[in-house]
Design a protein around this ligand. Structure first.
Ligand SMILES: Cc1cc2nc3c(=O)[nH]c(=O)nc-3n(C[C@H](O)[C@H](O)[C@H](O)COP(=O)(O)O)c2cc1C
Length: 269
């Protein structure tokens, strides 16, 4: 893989594909990658590459893709976080091969994907992505969507990250050796580009919170997927810099607003 920072900075959601099938070597690499994706969570999950025609799969926002990757996971309080973490690693890996993706949790023919994944009672399907080569030009709908949700902009660093408690913004300068990892969190994709991640730094511990801005959905909490994605960017950046840490779910008891929920913490080893 290329450097995580380059992949994260170059990634954009691709909803418009050029219609050519995935090359055999790319298909084989992606398929092998999906066999085993490491996460800091011990929750069973499974991914499959699915032929759109064979399984009747579609998304109203996607044009020109013949193949999808989909996943399912056992229900668990941290299921979405674990899935977000794993699937984002896959998305970045696909990007390193020049294969386009877009996280899709909402705009899809969900029953068709759920059938293709053969869900059992205690499993759910958090998200899918088409796989293919980006078209030269975005469809009108794709471009209009990006404008509507301001897909190219992100909130300022110090509105997302804090030091000690939520009353003290963490500036990029003060983040020191963690600055780049946090910057890569800031650049992460999120559902409707809502950027629900909030992080409080306490020394070498980073507490991840979700500031809810989308209605809860019985098919899974998409904003917890966003937290898993953020954690993946954060940890991959630090791992590349040789910094290891442990992930735990142990609420440090920092005062939060009503819409903000503690999710997980990363602590340096
Ligand atoms: C968990 C998650 C779910 C998403 N679901 C959808 C979706 O259902 N349909 C869609 O068109 N885009 C979806 N997106 C893509 C976001 O709209 C996109 O990531 C965001 O606008 C930022 O744009 P970028 O990915 O190009 O940086 C989703 C993204 C995430 C992270």
């Amino acid at each position: 893989m290329e450097h995580i920072a380059e992949l994260v900075r170059a990634r954009k959601s691709v909803r418009t594909y050029d219609g050519t099938p995935l090359r055999d070597d790319d298909h084989a690499r992606l398929s092998a990658y999906l066999e085993h994706i490491e996460t800091p969570f011990d929750i069973p999950m499974e991914f499959r590459l699915l032929d759109a025609k064979e399984h009747g799969l579609s998304s109203p926002v996607v044009v020109g893709a013949e193949l999808y990757a989909a996943g399912k996971i056992k229900r668990d309080p941290l299921a979405e976080v674990a899935f977000g973490f794993a699937f984002e690693k896959f998305v970045l890996y696909a990007m390193s091969l020049g294969v386009g993706t877009v996280w899709i949790a909402g705009t899809m023919d969900r029953p068709a994907f759920e059938r293709a994944m053969e869900l059992t009672g205690d499993e759910f399907l958090p998200a899918v992505t088409p796989l293919g080569y980006p078209a030269k030009k975005r469809s009108i709908r794709d471009a209009a969507m990006r404008r509507a949700i301001k897909a190219d902009s992100r909130a300022p660093f110090e509105s997302l990250f804090f030091e000690g408690d939520f009353g003290t913004p963490l500036t990029a300068e003060r983040a020191g050796e963690y600055r780049e990892a946090l910057e890569l969190v800031r650049l992460a994709p999120s559902a409707v580009n809502k950027q629900p991640w909030r992080i409080v730094k306490q020394g070498d511990a980073f507490h991840f919170y979700k500031k809810a801005s989308l209605p809860a959905n019985p098919k899974g909490d998409v904003q917890k997927l966003d937290i898993g994605i953020a954690l993946a960017h954060f940890m991959l950046a630090l791992e590349e810099a040789g910094v290891a840490g442990n992930v735990t779910a142990a609420d440090p008891g920092i005062a939060v607003e009503k819409d903000t929920e503690y999710i997980v913490s990363w602590t340096r080893k």
